[in-house]
Design a protein around this ligand. Structure first.
Ligand code: AMP
Length: 208
């Protein structure tokens, strides 16, 4: 199963990618996570990517495409993968089509005002877990591993607004790109709980 998850930052791609990957036993490939790991490790890629990520801008295609091409060539991707956060531009989508086929591009639709509220409240842990302050009851450590929770720099209010503008300009055109290829599946997440979206997603995946 080779899937692309499309949708604005904070629309739930990461949460549902984890569930799909467990179900099909395939890797979750998040370009954002790969960049954050490189930033933490202070690698040359991390240093370059940070310049863009901290401003809410996209990392240049030239840096992202080779990274994903290399990642998809690894043995654990032979049965499929879930791409979360890639492609984000038409040039990335065209490059992807040149080195891999996909079964579907699933778009998570969620109103921007809900996204802004959700992203501003998002807290993450180095172990990979993500929470929302609404449900943490004032807790500052990770309920799963005890690590210190923190807010991503690019989840601050000003930066998320820029990220949404970038999404509308650069990434939203991918919806038509995949619609024309008959690969697009839309999931309207407005007013739905995570479990309700997961059920819709399961139904979609059963049909693929
Ligand atoms: P994410 O965790 O997917 O929201 O990604 C965080 C940030 O990493 C984005 O706001 C971009 O700056 C950068 N990024 C992640 N994936 C890509 C991509 N496919 N193309 C360009 N920049 C990316």
């Amino acid at each position: 199963m080779k899937l692309i998850l499309l949708g604005a930052p904070g629309s739930g791609k990461g949460t549902h990618a984890g569930r799909i990957c467990s179900r099909f036993n395939i890797p979750h490939i998040s370009t954002g996570d790969i960049f954050r790991m490189n930033i933490r490790g202070n690698t040359p890629l991390g240093v370059k990517a940070k310049e863009y990520i901290s401003k809410g801008e996209l990392v240049p295609d030239s840096l992202v495409i080779e990274l994903v091409k290399d990642r998809l060539s690894q043995a654990d991707c032979s049965n499929g993968y879930v791409l979360d956060g890639f492609p984000r531009t038409i040039a990335q989508a065209e490059a992807l089509a040149s080195f891999s086929e996909v079964n579907a591009a699933i778009e998570f639709i969620l109103d921007h005002d809900v996204i802004i509220e959700r992203v501003i409240g998002r807290r993450v842990c180095q172990c990979g877990e993500t929470y929302n302050v609404k449900f943490l009851n004032g807790r500052l450590d990770c309920p799963k591993c005890g690590g210190k929770l923190y807010q991503r720099d690019d989840d601050k209010e000003e930066t998320i607004k820029t990220r949404l503008e970038v999404y509308d300009k650069e990434t939203a055109p991918l919806v038509d790109f995949y619609k024309e290829k008959n690969l697009l599946v839309e999931i309207d997440c407005n007013g739905k709980s995570i479990d309700e979206v997961a059920t819709l997603l399961d139904n979609v995946l059963n049909e693929l």
